[in-house]
Design a protein around this ligand. Structure first.
Ligand SMILES: [Zn+2]
Length: 173
């Protein structure tokens, strides 16, 4: 995985493109949580489920189908507070961005984007984000610092650029 900070940064940056609504804070908070949710599958290790199983780590919860389903559910929850297609797009992108970032990391087994249709695991050709340790204790180490630095460059800066671009577009209206 990328770290939860990296995943959250993407969801937060994406939220800047959403119009104002009565529940915007709640929508953004849920979007941030949705961007972290796929890693709940690390619990599969506790249940003895193999990494390469469709329900293993970076399996179904990291798939595009999962992102679509979660996007639809969350869209239904918030449908009163914005355009449905936009809400779906936001929640889908928050969730799908998780697997996309993971597929850019330097470690692990690749992401099961096409589960349940295909159990293959994929990486993008540009594996630039240093993979984050799974345990909290391990995160407070030299490894953790290197992860933060690589995420700052490959996630933080693009997110900042995105937010700036949205700001510019909004001020030029
Ligand atoms: Zn992950």
């Amino acid at each position: 995985m990328a770290s939860i900070i990296g995943h959250a940064a993407v969801a937060y940056a994406l939220s800047k493109a959403l119009p104002h609504s009565a529940k915007k804070n709640a929508i953004v908070t849920v979007g941030v949580l949705a961007s972290m949710l796929p890693d709940l599958d690390v619990l599969s290790f506790k249940f003895g489920i193999a990494y390469e199983s469709p329900l293993g780590h970076r399996g179904f919860t990291h798939s595009l189908l999962f992102a679509i389903l979660l996007g639809l559910v969350l869209m239904a929850v918030f449908k009163k507070y914005g355009k449905q297609w936009l809400l779906f797009l936001y929640f889908f992108l928050c969730t799908a961005s998780h697997g996309i970032l993971d597929a850019c990391t330097t470690g692990g087994r690749g992401v099961g984007f096409l589960i349940p249709f295909k159990n293959d695991r994929y990486f993008f050709p540009w594996q630039v984000i240093k993979v984050s340790p799974l345990g909290v204790e391990k995160f407070f180490s030299k490894w953790g610092l290197e992860v933060l630095l690589s995420e700052f460059i490959w996630i933080g800066l693009p997110c900042l650029l995105f937010v700036l671009m949205i700001k510019l577009l909004n001020t030029s209206k």
